[in-house]
Design a protein around this ligand. Structure first.
Ligand SMILES: [Zn+2]
Length: 98
């Protein structure tokens, strides 16, 4: 699991690199939707976009959704991969509804 600053350990960074390489191999090279190049860099840390209420208030408590940013080195466009799906975090355990 990433450290308290969200930074990936070298082992985790390598795990993410291998998973993305597997995706790229399975589905083909991923061209950037902006510049059409295929030159990506995995971000050094996990991020979590804040949730927002219908009234526009940021929600900074409760469950957060971790993502690994992957940035196009040509234009800066960034895509995100779910940190749970990548195996960096355990799956969320949702209590059964009553
Ligand atoms: Zn690009």
């Amino acid at each position: 699991m990433p450290d308290l600053d969200g930074k990936l350990t070298p082992t985790e960074a390598e795990m993410v690199r291998q998973k993305l390489a597997s995706f790229w191999k399975t589905y083909g090279a991923v061209a950037c939707p902006v510049c059409r190049e295929d030159n990506w860099q995995i971000g050094p840390a996990v991020v979590a976009p804040p949730k927002i209420t219908p009234g526009g208030v940021l929600v900074l408590h409760g469950v957060q959704f971790p993502y690994v940013p992957v940035m196009c080195l040509v234009c800066g466009h960034t895509i995100f991969f779910n940190g749970v799906h990548l195996g960096l975090f355990p799956p969320l355990k949702v209590p059964p509804s009553t």
